[in-house]
Design a protein around this ligand. Structure first.
Ligand code: DGJ
Length: 735
């Protein structure tokens, strides 16, 4: 990993073993992009890459015969108004109403390591030798606005991080109308765009469409990243598959409103932009104040989508997730939500817990309903006092009983929301996001607290601090169940800042709690996987992947989620059948073999299981415990997509390549099918592996090139059985 500066040509070359990122400063001081892609040789200048053909009707930088136009150069951080006609990265309004900016290079700094971003989640390094950072300082002479562009390149997981700091060094207020984290101009548009779309209970389906002229974008304006569009896009070449071809992924380390866009001009170039959604954002920058954009992460791979995903997985599992739970196998948990919903008390929970313990469960989680006035989802959020009717001896008594059984204790909260009728709602109506004199629009019968107000965050912190210290909880599920509407807070002078300030408030509460309770495991949740984004992973190492617990649907959801997020971050549970969301019945074996590829747990009343089911469950939990290091922290490969066929195949390989587990899932059974084999990936070609189920010893290169035989060769299936079948193949190196 290197950041090279060629002084004569004013060229920067940022490099790791996989990629090169090259740009230069051209007169009169504009940073112009030259190349991003597979690592290439360095040279004194790359000026031959400056495509500057004169084009009629273009606005020129100067009338000096050079014919250079900002519209046709590839720009590092484009602004509105000085000749570039594409969507800008930065758009401002000065005190005289002008939107014009002329940002010119002033200086740069190259340092080891990577600075954090104040108040925001960001990739970090353990040791400054893991990363190098380039900071380019630009300035607009007229307004005094300075911009620092941050570029960090890492070798650890070969990615690049970009963000910007915008500083008002002038004497008048400046309003930021757009402040993107990243803008990247690419020289052609022969790409497909991949995105992860969905809705409640069907999060992160993989969608792939060819780029076309004009803008194509995904976004959220709901106040959170949303299950509808995940803050991620990738541009891949037409021939790119899971294991071959070129792809560039962009992921946004932020949990609020976002925009991710590919804009193709009519000269066949493409501009990628990623940042806070400009339609719900403005920022008033007083003299001497500065604004930090969130961070965008670029991951380039020329070995297909798996290559890109594996960069994100490593980076996010090891350099975004922090603290005690980083790299630590996750406890097998039981959550009582689908077991009881709101109908529980201490005695009932302890009954289920006793049975759970016998099966091998390590963490017992009490979900929604433990607090006063919470018999259903219409009331109770905000006061965070336990319900004495359900817990006659107090919460401490309950958690002690769980501990005495030899398990950890977990609790559910939804700290950002409030129900009408609660003490906090009555005493502090002004703490609820709404505009006086207009109707308030409920979502799941609840309203949003103004986390942009530090007093609100302080109040909730005190409540939760008491809860966690008195209850002694080892795990917290932090839920969030509605989109934001009625976006107004009388206490705030600038309403356009509310949604970003809200997310900063959420982050600040998380930060205070994780600092005070560093060993507590946080799991984020938003009606399932509605806020499954990198920003959350900085605070909560795992996220409830979806409220849909049906195993077949989960194969799709986990497949899509794995495009960016590591297996260790995906909350995945075995639930009862018929499944509560879809009414589908899938075998206990397939349910477990799907949930293994995640944090693993149960979401059902295990005391109602038959003896045979309990016996199977004991074996499943023992299997997970024996293999969770491999399953949660091995290198994950997607091999066959449920979005494209009747089958799903994925596998995980240990770091030293001595072990692997391949999971095969078949949706519907078919009669007299053709032959089936699947090429594996990531194995050591020279090692001999014993393959369970087939009970044969085969070399890694055979498994990766001839493939793993799934059919028995006689038209029937080795993997016999009926619909929603699964099979695990365990691979152990024998030489
Ligand atoms: C939505 C979550 O996704 C569920 O798992 C559960 O915690 C409910 N909320 C509780 O209200």
């Amino acid at each position: 990993m290197q950041i090279i500066y060629h002084e004569q040509s004013r060229t920067f070359h940022l490099r790791n073993s996989v990629t090169s990122y090259i740009f230069r400063i051209i007169d009169p001081g504009y940073p112009v992009h030259l190349y991003y892609g597979k690592a290439i040789h360095d040279r004194e200048d790359f000026d031959h890459l400056l495509e500057a053909a004169p084009r009629p009707m273009s606005v020129l930088i100067a009338d000096d015969g050079s014919e250079l136009s900002l519209e046709h150069l590839k720009l590092e951080y484009p602004v509105y108004g000085t000749g570039d006609m594409r969507p800008p990265a930065l758009d401002i309004r000065a005190s005289n109403g002008s939107r014009l900016l002329d940002l010119r290079y002033e200086s740069h700094r190259i340092t080891e390591g990577k600075p954090g971003i104040p108040g925001l989640p960001a990739v970090y390094c353990d040791d400054s030798s893991e990363a190098m950072t380039l900071q380019i300082r630009l300035k607009d002479a007229k307004t005094g606005l300075a911009v620092i562009l941050n570029y960090t390149v890492t070798e650890y997981a070969p990615a690049m991080m970009r963000s910007a700091e915008i500083i008002n060094e002038g004497t008048q207020e400046i309003v930021l109308e757009h402040a993107m984290s990243l803008s990247l101009d690419l020289p052609d548009r022969d790409y497909d765009m991949i995105m992860l779309t969905g809705a409640w209970a069907r999060e992160r389906s993989v969608k792939r469409n060819p780029l076309h002229e004009g803008a194509q974008s995904i976004s959220s304006m709901r106040g959170f990243s949303s299950p509808h569009f995940n803050p991620f896009i990738a541009l891949c070449r037409k021939n790119c598959t899971e294991t071959e071809g070129e792809v560039t992924g962009l992921s946004f380390v932020y949990s609020g409103n976002f925009l991710a866009e590919a804009y193709c001009d009519t000269y066949d170039t493409v501009r990628l932009r990623m940042g806070i959604h400009p339609d719900t954002f403005k920022w008033h920058l007083a003299p001497q104040a500065s604004f930090h954009t969130p961070e965008a992460v670029l991951a380039y791979s020329c070995t297909g989508l798996n290559g890109m995903s594996q960069i994100f997985h490593k980076l996010y599992a090891e350099r975004l997730v922090r603290g005690y739970w980083r790299g630590r196998p996750r406890p097998v948990l039981l959550n009582n939500w689908e077991a009881t919903y709101f109908d529980f008390d201490e005695a009932k929970l302890l009954g289920i817990a006793a049975e759970a313990k016998k099966l091998g469960i390590e963490l017992f989680v009490m979900d929604d309903g433990w607090f006063t006035n919470r018999r259903n989802d219409r009331s109770g959020l905000g006061d965070w006092e336990y319900d004495p009717e359900r817990f006659p001896y107090g919460l401490g008594h309950y958690t002690e009983a769980i501990r005495d059984m030899g398990m950890m204790a977990g609790i559910w909260i939804e700290p950002e929301m409030v129900s009408p009728g609660t003490k906090i709602f009555r005493e502090h109506p002004d703490w609820v996001i709404h505009e006086e004199g207009r109707p308030m629009h409920p979502g799941r019968h609840e309203y949003v607290l103004n986390f942009a107000d530090p007093d609100v965050v302080q109040y909730i912190f005190e409540k939760l601090d008491r809860l966690l210290s008195e209850g002694g909880f080892d795990y917290v599920k932090w839920d969030m169940n509605r989109s934001m509407s009625d976006v107004f807070a009388a206490s705030l002078p600038h309403q356009d800042e509310l949604m970003h300030r809200y997310i900063l408030g959420v982050y600040s509460l998380y930060e205070r709690l994780i600092r005070k309770y560093p060993k507590t495991l946080f799991e984020s949740c938003a009606s399932g996987g509605g806020r499954f984004d990198p920003g959350m992973l900085y605070y909560a190492p795992q996220c409830w992947t979806s409220d849909d617990t049906d195993a077949y649907e989960r194969q799709k959801i986990q497949y899509g989620t794995s495009m960016v997020y590591p297996v260790s971050s995906m909350g995945s549970h075995v639930s009862a059948v018929p499944n509560h969301q879809l009414g589908r019945t899938v075998s206990l074996k397939t349910r477990a073999e799907t949930a293994y590829f995640g944090t693993f747990g149960y979401e059902m009343d295990v005391s109602k299981m038959t003896e045979d089911e309990k016996e199977q469950t004991r074996r499943h939990i023992a299997f997970m415990k024996a293999n969770r290091q491999l399953l949660q922290f091995g290198t994950f490969w997607r091999l066959k997509s449920p979005f494209e066929s009747n089958e799903t195949v994925w596998m995980t390989v240990s770091e030293d390549k001595t072990e692997a587990v391949v999971a095969y899932y078949r949706c519907l059974q078919q009669i007299n099918r053709g032959f089936r084999r699947i090429r594996l990936a990531g194995l050591d070609p020279d090692r001999l592996y014993h393959v369970s189920e087939l009970e044969i010893d085969v070399y890694g290169d055979e498994l990766m090139h001839t493939g793993l035989i799934l059919s028995d060769g006689s038209g029937g299936e080795r993997v016999s059985g009926t619909d929603f079948l699964s099979r695990l193949y365990m691979l152990r190196a024998v030489s």
